[in-house]
Ligand binder design. Sequence first.
Ligand code: PRP
Length: 211
Amino acid sequence: MITIALSKGRIFTETMPILKAAGIECSENPESSRKLVFNTNKENIQIIIVRASDVPTYVECGGADIGIAGKDVLDEYMGVGIYYPLDLNIGKCKMMVACKKDFNYLDAMKNKKRLKVATKYTNAASEFFAKKGIHIDLIKLYGSMELAPIVGLADIIVDLVSSGKTLAANNLIPVEEVSSITSRLIVNKASLKLNNKLLKPMIKKFSQSVS
Ligand code: PRP
């Protein structure tokens, strides 16, 4: 049995056509169900639904054989038992620095001011500002980062920006790109060896459907 770990939300709708192109169809729509385990049209393939940030944990620890996760999540996870064979080129967005309109980010960078940074992506933010020689105080949040500058919890945030609507709705502006984000196929290294006959053709089909 091959188990595929997916998460609902941002990436999910773009994932289904890729699975379909590989001949895999879910027995029901996970987006309209509270179930966490789903059969597929293939008797030896099942899909599990986990939180986006938990996908690499399930794959590395063998709870799933393969999974799909954003580069944002994978960069924070930094696992060693995972093989990253394919950029699926879906879930495209940017990781950005953003702040209130009246915050002078350029001046802060130029004068190497110490900054309070609220983010879910503490590794990415640390690395980004360390390279610039900027000292930061990290405030780890798990969501709704946009609130932090509004209530004075932080000077700036590091968050994903797709349409830009969430920033705009909260009177924030993007000021610098940290990285480009897409979603990747990830595979448990041991499973790739053990289930090579099933996984290798599946990965090949996924790669053929990537634009
Ligand atoms: C992300 C991100 C922003 C929003 C940006 O949140 O954290 O809040 O999307 O999208 P936009 O630029 O199209 O408005 P997501 O919905 O992935 O969930 P999260 O709050 O759990 O991070």
